[in-house]
Every structure is written in structure tokens, then in C-alpha cells.
Design a protein around this ligand. Structure first.
Ligand code: HEM
Length: 430
């Protein structure tokens, strides 16, 4: 009996996290109801590009969950606005702000990362969480893109607090803290007149603040920080690849594609069909929720798809394979797809110029551990710390998995209760 209990306890880290994920999915489906048609890789592009797959928020219970996670002001967040005049205006504004900063972006990204790395001091080995390391870099970067001036520390703390809260709630490692998010909304509202770009004229002042918060201080900061955390984590876990990037900077191109392929930032994107949709033998009626599973699409058609192999990109064009890390251009693709790879390169080069990045922690797509890593100055070999990192990360998986299960269940239930998206449309929202 005692032996059985001991074996159970010791083996917990091996099976509990997986069991918790499976249980979480079952509980989410139970609360939320089964919803949506998952589009197989064979039809993924044809359905995603189809004009009938144009609905964004209205009519999907799933939208209540995303509106909850990305609040406040999800109705003014570009990602959630239904196609129409308001969407066109908002999308045009985002493109303009990104385009205005494009030329200067590499210099700006270099300055932002240098400031954050300078602040780490000169210890031979510094333990970091890569997502946390990157958030202030991108908070300062996008602030300067939007406001056209250097980010004051007060604003940087508000943006990082907001982005961190959104990312942690999305991964169910923490609940939402609306007061902290609303502090950023108030800051943006108070400083709206200082934004040098024309903002969508049909939006109220409050909705303009929500729009900026959603597109630039949630999505942009969270996504670029996560994308960078994955890229640096992949380099940290593959020292030979890291050494090659140092010797051949152009090799970062295939490494970045491989990181985006294996760790796409979107798990599942959804759309609601606005007309009957037929693709080959597949028929999807109007009003259906269609689900695009990025990880499975990015794996189909690649040999050894679960391995991190940047060399697979040699002689391969991204348009010939199942690879859409920024979405499909015909259906609301990411407006930052031109800018992001350029600035991610600059920031990676600066980190690698100063440090060797090492990690023995697990690297999964949702990265609930926020990417534990050591930044090592040359000449040091932190073997013991790397060994300890592996053990502590492995053990932390158990309480983290249980926390995700409890908090995730609560948030899905709370989102279902609040019905933010449904109520907005019932009240005549467009
Ligand atoms: C590594 C970084 C990033 C990745 C991998 C990424 C990926 C994506 C993907 C896959 C989509 C399409 C989702 C769908 O079809 O539903 C998307 C949409 C979007 N992204 Fe990004 N993104 C990144 C960074 C950014 C940045 C820096 C911004 C800055 C404004 C941004 C703003 C948006 C917006 C506003 C949308 C919604 C587009 C629309 O519905 O019109 N993203 N992103």
C-alpha cells in the first residue's frame, strides 16, 4: 500500500500534466458545449480563404471566451470587429501606424532591446524567463510606434502589466486582473490627443483607447514577446543551431521559420460562415463555426514534423508548404507580418551578441513556464544550474497543471456567464 502511494507520488510529474490537459479539454467542452467544425489540413487553405468564412465574432459561443480574455473593450479590438465600414477604418489605421514606423523600426528595436539588456547588470550568468525578458522590449517599441516618442517608465509598467495579465489568463496560469488592465485604458484615454496618427474617426474617444490597447498593447506586445520567447528558447535548447546563427547570421531566417512552424502563436483561429460554403466534397452550412488548427496544419506534409530542423527550409519556399504563421492574406491576415520578422531578427542578434542563451526546461507551444533560460556571458559553463533547471521545471509542471485546470475551468464558466460578445450584439452592436 505504502509502496503504491510512493510510486504514485514519484510518478506524478510523468503523467499528471498530460492528464490535466485532457481533463481540462473535457471540462471546457462540457461547459462551453461542443462547437465548431475543425477543418482538416487538406481543406484548410481553401476554407480559410473562402469569402464565406468571413464572420468574426457574432454567433459563436467561443467568441464570448476570447472577448473575456482580451477585455476591456473587445468590441473595438480589430481582431473581433465584424467585416464592414468600422473594420475597414480600424484595419487601415493599424496599417498606417505600422507603415509609418517601418523604416525606423530596426533602429528602434535595437535601442529598446539594448536598454532592457543593459538593465540586467554584468553578472556572468543571469536566470530569466524569456517571455518576461521580452515584454518590456516590445512595450517600449510599440509605445514609440504609436506615440512617436520614447516610452516613459510609468507607461512601460502599465503596458507590461496589461500584456502579462492577458497572456497569463489566456494560458490559464492566472485569473484576469481587470483593474490593472483598466489603468492602461485610463492612461491611453488621457493621452489620446498626443497620438500623432489619425485614429478611426467613427470611434468614440473611449473606443479609440480600447482599439489602441487591443491591437498594439495586447496583441502586438503579447505576440511579439511570445514569438521571441519561442525563437530564443529554440536556440537555447539547440546549442549547435545557436552557434551556427552566430557564425552565419543569415541562418536566422530558416531558424525563425522553423520556430514559427513548430510553435505557431495561434492554436486555433475561428470564423463564422456568412453563407453556405462548399469546397470539393466538404459542405459547411451558413452560420457554422469553423476552426483552423494551426499546429496540426503546420505539421502535416513535413517529414519528422515534431522535430526542430531549420535545415528543412533549405530550397523550400514557404508558399509551397503548409505554413501560415501570420494567417492567410485573403482573410484578415496579421497586419504586422512584414514588420515582425525584421525586428525579431534585430533583437535576436543583439541578445546573441551579448550572451549565450541556455535552457533545459520544457518547450511547448503554449509555454506556460514562460521560457526559463540562463543568459551566459562567454567563458562560463553553468552545468549545475542547468541540471537544477531541468528538475525544477519538471516538478513545477504538476502544480502548474492543477492551477491551469482550476483557473481555466473558472474562467470558461465566468465567460459563459458574462456572455460579453452575445450581449453586445443583442444590444444592437455592429
Ligand atoms: C510573432 C508575431 C506575430 C504573429 C506570429 C502573429 C500572427 C497572427 C495571425 C496568425 C493572425 C490571424 C489570425 C486569424 O486568422 O484569426 C494575426 C492577426 C492579427 N495580428 Fe498578428 N501576429 C504577430 C504580431 C502582431 C503584431 C506586432 C501586431 C501589431 C499590431 C499584430 C496585430 C494583429 C491584428 C490586429 C490581427 C487581426 C487582423 C484582422 O482581423 O484584421 N500581430 N496575427
Amino acid at each position: 500500500m505504502i509502496v503504491g502511494v510512493l510510486v504514485g507520488l514519484v510518478s506524478l510529474p510523468f503523467w499528471l500534466p498530460k492528464a490535466v490537459v485532457a481533463l481540462r479539454n473535457r471540462i471546457f467542452t462540457w461547459i462551453n458545449g461542443p462547437e465548431g467544425t475543425r477543418v482538416e489540413p487538406a481543406h484548410f487553405l481553401a476554407v480559410y480563404r473562402n469569402p464565406a468564412a468571413a464572420g468574426r465574432s457574432r454567433g459563436a459561443a467561443l467568441s464570448d471566451l476570447f472577448w473575456y480574455w482580451l477585455a476591456p473593450g473587445p468590441h473595438a479590438h480589430q481582431e473581433h470587429i465584424e467585416p464592414g465600414e468600422r473594420y475597414t477604418e480600424v484595419a487601415r489605421t493599424t496599417r498606417r501606424i505600422l507603415a509609418a514606423g517601418h523604416q525606423d523600426a530596426p533602429r528602434l528595436a535595437a535601442e529598446c532591446v539594448a536598454r532592457v539588456l543593459d538593465g540586467l547588470g554584468d553578472r556572468p550568468v543571469t536566470a530569466v524567463r524569456l517571455r518576461d525578458l521580452m515584454m518590456p522590449v516590445w512595450a517600449e517599441f510599440y509605445y514609440e510606434l504609436v506615440f512617436g516618442r520614447r516610452c516613459p517608465p510609468e507607461a512601460r509598467d502599465l503596458v507590461v502589466g496589461n500584456a502579462n495579465d492577458v497572456a497569463s489568463a489566456l494560458k490559464c496560469t492566472s485569473l484576469r486582473h481587470m483593474r490593472s488592465r483598466e489603468r492602461l485604458t485610463r492612461y491611453l484615454l488621457a493621452h489620446l490627443a498626443e497620438v500623432p496618427h489619425a485614429l478611426p474617426p467613427s470611434l468614440s474617444a473611449e473606443d479609440k483607447a480600447f482599439y489602441l490597447q487591443g491591437a498594439f498593447f495586447n496583441t502586438a506586445v503579447v505576440q511579439t514577446s511570445e514569438g521571441m520567447a519561442h525563437l530564443l528558447m529554440a536556440l537555447a535548447r539547440h546549442p549547435a543551431v545557436q552557434a551556427r546563427v552566430r557564425a552565419e547570421p543569415d541562418y536566422l531566417g530558416p531558424v525563425m521559420e522553423e520556430s514559427l512552424r513548430l510553435y505557431p502563436l495561434f492554436g486555433i483561429a475561428h470564423r463564422i460562415t456568412v453563407a453556405d460554403l462548399t469546397v470539393e466534397e466538404l459542405s459547411i452550412p451558413r452560420g457554422s463555426v469553423v476552426l483552423f488548427d494551426y499546429p496540426s496544419f503546420h505539421r502535416s506534409g513535413f517529414p519528422h514534423a515534431d522535430r526542430f530542423e531549420p535545415d528543412r527550409w533549405t530550397g523550400l519556399s514557404t508558399s509551397d508548404v503548409n505554413h501560415v504563421p501570420f494567417g492567410v492574406p485573403q482573410n484578415r491576415a496579421c497586419p504586422a507580418r512584414g514588420l515582425v520578422p525584421v525586428v525579431m531578427r534585430v533583437v535576436t542578434a543583439e541578445v546573441l551578441r551579448r550572451f549565450e542563451v541556455c535552457s533545459t526546461a520544457t518547450h511547448t507551444r503554449s509555454m506556460p513556464n514562460r521560457g526559463p533560460a540562463l543568459l551566459v556571458r562567454s567563458g562560463h559553463r553553468p552545468t549545475v544550474r542547468l541540471g537544477l533547471m531541468r528538475v525544477s521545471d519538471f516538478l513545477a509542471d504538476v502544480p502548474r497543471g492543477v492551477t491551469q485546470l482550476v483557473l481555466g475551468t473558472y474562467m470558461v464558466w465566468d465567460a459563459r456567464r458574462k456572455r460579453l460578445c452575445q450581449k453586445y450584439f443583442e444590444a444592437g452592436g455592429v
